[in-house]
Write a protein that binds this ligand. Structure first.
Ligand code: GNR
Ligand code: NI
Length: 174
């Protein structure tokens, strides 16, 4: 297993629409394991493959339980939201590609999602609460969308400007 570097915005790679997986093979399973290791290393609850530079429709999620523990990972390949509730929920979101920035985002409260599991078997999942928010956040990544695309352009630009400045400061002097 390898811990892969996570791409930080602004970066054109985060805007790419990811491609469906045609066959769930050992290569995909190795990628899932690397993504999970990378997510735990970065202390996240979800990760989309595009965040480690792979434009495939693959997501790993492990939300914390009421004791703040992880250890129940879900692997979603070619996930599709097939139903959303009429009710919305608001959650303060973060993103490993927007480090140290948070904003409240409104999304449907509950979703049903179909996907292939790590054995390539078709599955369906009903999610509420933080799992629902996280699934929607990750599926956005597969379309090249970040949580800042759901907030005002003023707050989005402020966050992206700060991240851009940090990148500039971290660049070696030539
Ligand atoms: O670690 C993460 N926490 C989080 C909190 C609220 C809503 C969504 C998330 S996902 C995020 C990890 C990440 O960037 N996944 O793409
Ligand atoms: Ni994210």
């Amino acid at each position: 297993m390898a811990v892969l570097p996570i791409i930080v915005a602004p970066d054109p790679r985060l805007k790419v629409v990811s491609e469906p997986v045609s066959v769930v093979d050992d290569g995909i399973r190795a990628l899932l394991d690397d993504m999970l290791a990378s997510m735990y290393d970065a202390v996240g609850i979800g990760l989309a493959a595009i965040q480690v530079g792979v434009n495939k429709r693959i997501v790993v999620i492990d939300v914390v339980n009421d004791k703040g523990e992880q250890g129940n990972p879900v692997f979603l390949i070619n996930p599709e939201i097939v139903w959303t509730s009429d009710d919305d929920r608001v959650h303060e979101e973060g993103c490993l590609s927007l480090p140290e920035h948070y904003a409240e985002v409104v999304r449907p409260d509950e979703v049903r999602v179909t996907y292939l599991d790590r054995d390539g078997e078709a599955q369906e999942l009903h999610a509420a609460g933080i799992l629902s928010t996280c699934i929607q956040h990750e599926l956005d990544h597969l379309e090249g969308i970040l949580f800042v695309d759901h907030i005002s352009s003023m707050r989005r630009n402020m966050i992206l400007r700060k991240l851009k400045k940090l990148k500039r400061q971290n660049e070696p002097v030539r």
